[in-house]
Write a protein that binds this ligand. Sequence first.
Ligand code: DAH
Length: 351
Amino acid sequence: MLEKLDDLFTSFEKALEEKLLQADVLNLKSEYLGKKGKVSEVLKSLKDVSLEEKKVIGPRANELKEKMNQMVAKKLSAIEIAEINEKLAKEKIDITNRESVQALGIKSGGYHPATIIQREVEDIFLSMGFDILDGPHIEDEFHNFEALNIPADHPARDMQDTFWFQKPTGENSYLLRTHTSTIQVRGMTSRKPPFKFIAPGKVFRCERTDASHEMVFHQLEGMMVGEDISVAHLTYFMKTVLKEIFKKDMEIRLRPGFFPFVEPGFELDIECQVCKGKGCSVCKKTGWVELLPCGMVHPNVLEAGGIDSEKYNGFAFGLGLDRLVMMRYGIDDIRHLHGADLRFISQFRTY
Ligand code: DAH
């Protein structure tokens, strides 16, 4: 019997070696070690042998069974590792290789057009020596209105429909900033003239949306303060930026405009790039698009920022970044920018 057991073990060992699939290994296991397997078959005649022999055969049989089980476990895990390795080798992706990524049907991401334009404009201003500032979305009345020469009850507060946070008592407290001009004050109080900075970011207005109005949109505030700053400085910087963005000299026009924080104030228009000046829904058939309100900083605003308005002056502007995006790419509806429609967004990949 011992010999038979040893023979079984040898043939098991050989058969196991040849198996390459987990299922085959499991079948082999039940063929030998199962209830009706070959080992049990041999051990059936254990009842016919003497007690002495039983004492030898029993432990030996257990030892072999144990060994066979271990071999099966080892083989199974070896097959598993081999399968994983094979899969890894087959599915290896070189993520630095565009074709290899696209072949798998994986779409790589890209930047939102508003981000692309914002970064581009930031780079242009950085190259001209402007700092880039940031500010909070949730603001107080001081930064959004008062410091900008818009006291409480001033009719200009109605120019911008504001999202207010209410105190439990029902009075208005904080608000979502309606413009990036809030950062003018923050920028002035933290530096000494001469200085120039821009401040890009989201702004919020509680108003009806249409092709050219959104409740959330992007502005880029700009401010330069020093001695003897003039409108010529303002138009110089604006023309330079527009030329860089549109890669050509841009037609602009200045119209008088009222904003409490500048005096004089202007509206800077550029030729509509959607219709090339012919007139369309974006430019309300005028051929011009309001791109940039701007002006010479009001002395009250300089003073609120801790700056001596007798000695210093400056210009400020509030660039409508979304308008610029629309002009640059010929987009006819601002709502696309927040629509999260991949068919739209995926047109702006920058790799
Ligand atoms: N804050 C104004 C708005 O959102 C835009 C603006 C106008 C900003 C004139 C300026 C400026 O800096 O000089 O309507």
